[in-house]
Design a protein around this ligand. Structure first.
Ligand SMILES: Cc1cc2nc3c(=O)[nH]c(=O)nc-3n(C[C@H](O)[C@H](O)[C@H](O)COP(=O)(O)OP(=O)(O)OC[C@H]3O[C@@H](n4cnc5c(N)ncnc54)[C@H](O)[C@@H]3O)c2cc1C
Length: 314
């Protein structure tokens, strides 16, 4: 999100922009996992829009029908009681969470499967290296999680301490399909007790079908089980899901698919927004600079682009 937000703004200002991404598909942590018969938003679950700038972008996505409101009931469980969580206007991509990103990427030149492994100052700006491929750019927006950014930024650069000191927490995500519908009064719930942190009936979002659920472990549990195998994590978290269902009086679920994904750098954010200087032509972007959410990622990309445009105009 942050990279595409920056690229969109820079291209609109007339810059020639190239987006490099190590992944095969577009999405980053707003990715969607697919099997032959199912799909799961296994990263970001929904997003909110509080700032005027992001609300404008969301309004554009709503008109383009790549985003819609997710109005299904969301509850919270504290280990004792189950109740409605605080009301919020929640949005999701349709038919999958990465739909708005795919739309942003359409007019841009995006090269997938390119993992940047070195970034060096160059007489014309920055030299960007990915294996045996190399580009020279006058300006660079590095829009990746902080620990990964810290490995690429030269340690003498003023932005390096920012990335090196930012903390990000992991999240194990388990993707589940069930043979039968699970009867619950909610479509998703924050779980504030035990190994799980969130459960969601993914198919309750528009454009999806079937009985597919996403289970997210809490940051603490994910950290403790960080190097565990995906198979073991799937078993442990689906068993915890079954235990919760039993406690809520729901019939036992019959799982027809189980899979797990480890987000090593899932969430985390600097405590205060951090000002950066664009004079070197290298700007950092990413949710971790602005609140650790989809909206923050969008705003950080926009801010990085604006700063680069302003510095070039001076
Ligand atoms: C499990 C989970 C649940 C979440 N739930 C929510 C939620 O409900 N609501 C919400 O608002 N937010 C949620 N978030 C957070 C949200 O997903 C992120 O804030 C947002 O997607 C971050 O966007 P980003 O552009 O900063 O980073 P990313 O989405 O991580 O994008 C970084 C991109 O950089 C690429 N990349 C990394 N290193 C390199 C490299 N060396 N070379 C080339 N490319 C590279 C990656 O492939 C990726 O595409 C959740 C995140 C997770 C993991």
């Amino acid at each position: 999100m942050a990279g595409l937000s920056a690229a969109q703004r820079l291209q609109a200002a007339g810059r020639r922009v190239l987006v490099l991404d190590k992944s095969r598909g577009i999405g980053g942590r707003m990715a969607t996992r697919r099997s032959d018969t199912a799909q799961w938003d296994h990263g970001a679950q929904y997003f909110t829009a509080r700032s005027a700038a992001f609300r404008r972008q969301v309004a554009h996505w709503l008109r383009a029908r790549v985003v819609c409101a997710w109005t299904a009931p969301v509850y919270a469980w504290d280990g004792q009681t189950l109740g409605e969580s605080s009301p919020q206007q929640r949005f999701v991509g349709i038919p999958a969470m990465n739909a708005p990103l795919r739309q942003m990427a359409e007019p841009l030149q995006v090269l997938p499967n390119v993992e940047v492994d070195a970034l060096q100052a160059h007489a014309l700006g920055w030299q960007v290296q990915a294996g045996d491929q190399c580009w020279v750019a006058t300006q660079v927006v590095l829009a990746i999680p902080a620990p990964q950014a810290a490995k690429l930024i030269p340690t003498a650069h003023p932005a390096w301490p920012l990335a090196a000191q930012a903390q990000m927490q992991p999240c194990w995500a388990v993707m589940v399909s069930c043979a039968h519908a699970i009867q619950l009064p909610f479509a998703a719930a924050f779980i504030n007790s035990g190994p799980l942190g969130w459960i969601a009936h993914d198919s309750s979002k528009a454009g999806r079908a079937g009985e597919h659920w996403v289970l997210h472990a809490s940051p603490e549990w994910s950290q403790a089980q960080l190097e565990q195998s995906a198979e073991v994590v799937s078993q442990l978290l689906s068993a915890e899901f079954s235990r919760l269902l039993h406690g809520w009086g729901a019939p036992a679920a019959e799982f027809t698919h189980l899979g797990a994904h480890r987000w090593r750098y899932a969430r985390g954010s600097c405590e205060q927004p951090v000002p950066q200087q664009a004079t070197s032509g290298l700007m950092l972007a990413g949710d971790w600079l602005e609140g650790g959410r989809v909206e923050g990622a969008y705003l950080s990309g926009l801010a990085a682009a604006e700063a680069l445009l302003a510095s070039a105009a001076q």
